[in-house]
Design a protein around this ligand. Sequence first.
Ligand SMILES: Cc1cc2nc3c(=O)[nH]c(=O)nc-3n(C[C@H](O)[C@H](O)[C@H](O)COP(=O)(O)OP(=O)(O)OC[C@H]3O[C@@H](n4cnc5c(N)ncnc54)[C@H](O)[C@@H]3O)c2cc1C
Length: 416
Amino acid sequence: MNTTLTPDVLIIGGGPAGLTAAARLAPRVSGQVLVLDREADAGGIPRHSDHPGYGMRDLKRVTSGPRYARQLVERAVAAGAEIRTRATVTGWSGERTVEVTSPGGRFEVAARAVVLATGARERPRAARRVPGDRPHGVYTTGQLQNIVHLHHGRVGERAVVVGGELVSWSAVLTLREAGCATALMTTPYRRSESYAAFTVPGRTVLRVPVATRTRVTRIIGRGRVGAVEIEHLDTGARRTVDCDTVIFTGDWIPDHELARTAGIELDPGTLGPRVDPALRTSHPGVFAAGNVLHPVDTADVAALDGAHVADSVLRWLAADGRPSDGTGVPITVDPPLRWIAPSLLRPDSPAPARDRLLLWTDEFVLVPRVTVRQDGRVVARRTLPWPAAPGRVLRIPSSVLRRVDRHGGEVRVSVT
Ligand SMILES: Cc1cc2nc3c(=O)[nH]c(=O)nc-3n(C[C@H](O)[C@H](O)[C@H](O)COP(=O)(O)OP(=O)(O)OC[C@H]3O[C@@H](n4cnc5c(N)ncnc54)[C@H](O)[C@@H]3O)c2cc1C
């Protein structure tokens, strides 16, 4: 490995977060802004998510995933960023130096600043420990959409979709396009986690029955899936549903391997890198943006993270490598909240992206009352005009942190 590239900024991951960061940084730095992506084309998940619903907050118009991905790539290139695809970052050989493998060979990139924008993925069946046979025909939404939209391949004719999030309805749409009916959607919750705007037409127009309070207890089939067994969580009653395809949706895990191998501090809730509102990780000059931090929010929110991290990177470059002062105050959550991002407040932290804190809940709360405590003392209370629901990010105004002492003890956020 004898080639070393030396851009000012290296962005790992060419999804909405990485591309938006690149478009904002390229005209503002004197050196190169380099984006690396392991796929054949940049664009991230939207490349294969071929339905409308992208771009509302960042592009101010709604478009399809593939069109959105193309526009973000064009913007980054027009701004002067270089994008290298089929380039997988495999490890680190220095504080801000990474090793890259590509069809043309291996090389190193040593940058003044690094942005991790590697996104998140759905946990596959094996990681969910679902018992039964190991037949063909079991996918995540991402795998399904790769087969259907990128490789124009076939799936089955009758599917069970596991999960009731937004992404689960995205799977239903893709299945329909591939000529596969959704026989059933299962969710452990009392109602589908998705917005009523998706669930109601999903049930009526797409005619998808949703089995609430259920889970898949067994996959049945030799060679190809033949059925799944599902169990009602309250009664324990079990039944089998005939199907030749099973789609595991949601249950996200950040693509955090690079952060982990660098020894960057991970947040125990998100399992992504722990960052402050400037999106700085525990390693000086290494930043993170997008769904690697909050698994998962929508693409436009990831993109606006990218714009936000660009400003932090510019401040870092201008300070010429001077690390931030102070260690910061950790922000933690009480159940039913699972995580909060960002989860560290440093003395010099600016406001977070979009002035929002992002949280994940494991229970529905119709009218959430948020309480913020520091060292046991209440520093803010706020009633939100929108519900908290599992399977989608809860956003709260970051002004709830205004009275937090940035040199004080731990901050706890709870919702009742
Ligand atoms: C099925 C589905 C449907 C969705 N529908 C919508 C929707 O309708 N509207 C909406 O707004 N959002 C939707 N989303 C969410 C949206 O796609 C994500 O919020 C968005 O893609 C996150 O952007 P990102 O840049 O953080 O990560 P990603 O888009 O995941 O991009 C990460 C990139 O990093 C690259 N990468 C990872 N590791 C490495 C490495 N080691 N080396 C090099 N490259 C690497 C990957 O190849 C990838 O291109 C959907 C998601 C899914 C899965």
